[in-house]
Design a protein around this ligand. Sequence first.
Ligand code: 13P
Ligand code: SF4
Length: 378
Amino acid sequence: MTTATLDSSLPFAPYRQLGNDELCQRIAKAKQSLGKSLLILGHHYQQDEVISHADLTGDSYQLSKLAAESPDCRYIVFCGVHFMAETADILANRPEKRKQRKDLHVKVVLPDMAAGCSMADMAAIRQVESAWDQLSEVIDTEDLTPVTYINSAASLKAFCGKHGGIVCTSSNAKAVLDWSFAQRKRVFFFPDQHLGRNTSLKMGITNQHMPVWNPHEEELGGNTRQAIEESKVILWKGHCSVHQMFQAAHVDQFREKIPGIKILVHPECPQEVNDIADISGSTSKIIETVQKAPPGTKWAIGTELHLVNRLKKQHPEQEIHFLSPLVCMCATMYRIDLAHLCWSLENIVQGTLVNQIHVKEDVARWSLIALERMLTVK
Ligand code: 13P
Ligand code: SF4
């Protein structure tokens, strides 16, 4: 990955001093001047004031598909986190799209480079490669499909591409695991142990056949040879710092306090929460479930705070609670604010790109193989 901040770019500091009204007016003006050449994508966890400027919103899966399809755009400003912008760069610039655009590269911008993902950071490529090498001494890795959650660096997606593996999102994890087991008998799933475990449990795989690989342990990720030999799914010891805050006790408390309440959670939550929830699903499934529910339905929702608060506002006819008493928000995604959005857009208008996310060609090529496998899995 390389980034470009040109010497002549507009400095960020003055944008900090501007009020929201002025920022909104300037964002609208920049959008107007860039017209169809600009696409602003917003993840559901993004704060409302930023979402209001997005051309398209969605979960990780929807946004990656939208980035893959956009025909006219020349700039994607991604109001999400780093791995999402990398995925957009790979998909929007795949060879057939480049050809249609006479080799023009769609430029992807992440308004604040500090908008990373703590879960993605829990698996580094050298740790995954070392794990693979160690595993190959115990089991035949020809029998092992590497599956990376889309919340991972492009280098991990490339690793999956090279080793017959695939990418998944929280919307299609089950379909991706079905695909993987149709190819080979075991799966190596990273970086989110919870999504991997919750999905596999629903498929009838027990924890006994899901050893957890701790990249900080010297020997076999802290496992015995026997555990690896008997494994069906090897789970990476990674998690989302937002979703792991939800606890089974929160579910019990709501059920006791509000009889009839339904518990709706994201599969990045730990097993103890997923097991007792009424419904578990990706951010778009959570939204759809609430949209389709009759007035008067009572919910306690276990996912990122901004999304839950937005649902509360959009559905006053239902009773919506946040599942945790604590503030569980994606602090890195929250770094993308109106000031960063305005700054990045005005730089595009004046032709000085800041915070471009550009995945190296060989990494992009191999990642694309794993991403395209995912896009064809139903
Ligand atoms: P989805 O967008 O796939 O639901 O995932 C949630 C998330 O944590 C994004 O980082
Ligand atoms: Fe990463 Fe969790 Fe934030 Fe999603 S919510 S971007 S998994 S830290």
